[in-house]
Design a protein around this ligand. Structure first.
Ligand code: NAD
Ligand code: ZN
Length: 240
């Protein structure tokens, strides 16, 4: 903890790159960690199969059943890690927050410099007329959500397997990471591409990895913290 606090004190521009492990303490299961969605069977299909571009179009009924049951967590609230990152942004320490999460909890915690490279459950659009729908509307639907204007299927603006991540968010993510002197990577298996390749843009001084399990970034890190994200990222870390 002391080493992490010292690194933060010295840092001028901190970037953050996070994944599903940042939100497990808020009650949202991850995919590949212990108790993650990959350990559960769903009609003999893996989440990676269901949450794919082709599956969405071939079996939208199964897709939306899974999506409603496992991907929407309107009751989830920001945890200590989200609140710490919001504090770092207010203090001018954190200059860019990149997340693979789609849950919107970083924005709910107050962060504004957020790059949601896999999109967000808070945005949904009709595939036919492009009308926008918020999460609240989506929560009231059952089965395949249909646009009340034109009857088109309403698709969540989240990146499915087989789809490219949002190019604006990816460009911003790479810019922030390449401009930072300190990068904190937390709660991610770094198994999803091209998201994980964002880390290749880092050429700063300190790379800190916080995760329960080993990650491919550990060998390049100046500090590896093995454990829960919320054991290390908590409000108050910047205080003397
Ligand atoms: P992942 O499931 O592949 O890996 C999560 C990693 O975090 C694992 O290594 C796990 O051991 C670790 N972990 C879990 N809880 C932790 C905690 N409290 N403290 C420290 N480490 C913890 O997740 P990923 O790398 O983000 O890739 C999964 C993809 O699925 C992403 O693209 C993401 O969009 C999506 N996803 C998002 C959410 C969400 O929005 N909250 C949830 C599940 C999956
Ligand atoms: Zn429509």
């Amino acid at each position: 903890m002391k080493t992490l606090a010292d690194i933060l004190k010295r840092a001028r521009r901190v970037a953050f790159f996070g994944g599903a492990g940042v939100s497990t303490a808020s009650g949202i299961p991850d995919f590949r960690g212990d108790g993650g969605l990959y350990s559960r069977e769903y009609a003999g299909l893996t989440p990676e199969m269901i949450l794919s571009h082709s599956f969405f179009f071939l079996h939208p009924d199964v897709f939306f059943d899974f999506y409603h049951r496992f991907m929407l967590h309107p009751e989830a609230r920001p945890n200590a890690a989200h609140l710490a990152l919001a504090e770092w942004e207010r203090a001018g320490k954190l200059t860019g927050l990149v997340t693979q999460n789609i849950d919107g909890l970083h924005r709910a915690a107050g962060n504004r410099l957020v790059y949601e490279i896999h999109g967000t459950v808070h945005e949904n659009r009709c595939l036919d007329c492009n009308r926008f729908f918020p999460l609240e509307w989506m929560l009231q639907t059952a089965g395949i959500p249909r646009c009340p204007d034109c009857g088109g299927v309403v698709k969540p603006c989240v990146t499915l397997y087989g789809e490219a991540p949002d190019p604006y968010a990816m460009t911003g993510a790479c810019r922030e990471i390449s401009g930072s002197d300190t990068l904190i990577v937390a709660g991610t298996s770094l198994a999803v591409e091209p998201a994980a390749s964002c880390l290749a843009y880092f050429h700063g001084r300190e790379l800190v990895v916080i995760n329960r399990e080993e990650t491919p970034a550990d060998e390049k890190a100046t500090l590896v913290l093995r454990g829960n994200v919320t054991d290390f990222l908590r409000p108050g870390l910047l205080s003397p």
